[in-house]
Design a protein around this ligand. Structure first.
Ligand code: NI
Length: 187
């Protein structure tokens, strides 16, 4: 296994639609999956899409705990004991009109966080790393992570989903931003 370099916003590989994976069990695909897992954990991400490691293929991985947790310093931590899902050639179906609004970050957009509104209840399906079909319903943070990762396969980064770019911040400023929101007179 190896930690791969992560592509950053602006690189063409993040802007183009990725190609379907024809043979999930090919050794090269299995090696890519192993490398993506190692890269995601090393970078403390909740998910990673193949284009983020310069492979324009429809393959994502994610670890979606029920809730996201925050350390005392405000930095996000992800529970790497949460079940890890490998999803090949994923398809997302929106199951209801309900929307959720929350902060997102991206390993390809380092240092920033932004508020994105997305469908709250989805079904995702695809193949696992052995080529077997997977189909699950997801809500909340789980649904958000899956949609964020699958957007990468269509060349979309989360800032393109934002409705209000005044809510795009450096992550080091979020604590002050939140405090100012709660105490508007004390900025
Ligand atoms: Ni991302």
């Amino acid at each position: 296994m190896a930690i791969r370099k992560i592509a950053r916003m602006g690189h063409p590989v993040l802007r183009r639609p990725a190609a379907p994976v024809s043979h999930p069990r090919d050794p090269e695909i299995q090696r890519l999956i192993d490398d993506m897992i190692e890269t995601m954990i090393d970078a403390n991400g909740a998910g990673l899409a193949a284009p983020q490691v310069y492979e324009s293929l429809r393959l994502v991985i994610f670890q979606a705990p029920g809730e996201r947790s925050e350390a005392a310093d405000g930095e996000e931590r992800f529970d790497h004991t949460a079940p890890l899902t490998v999803l090949i050639n994923p398809v997302i179906e929106v199951l209801g009109p309900e929307r959720q609004t929350g902060w997102e970050g991206c390993l390809s957009v380092p240092g920033l966080r932004g508020v994105v509104t997305r469908p709250n209840h989805i079904r995702y399906s695809g193949l696992d790393r052995s080529g077997k079909p997977v189909s699950r319903e997801a809500r909340g943070f789980h649904a958000r992570v899956v949609q964020h990762e699958c957007d990468h396969l269509d060349g979309i980064l989360y800032p393109q989903r934002m409705q209000d770019l005044s809510l795009l911040l450096f992550e080091t400023e979020i604590a002050d931003f939140m405090a100012a929101q709660q105490n508007p007179g004390r900025e």
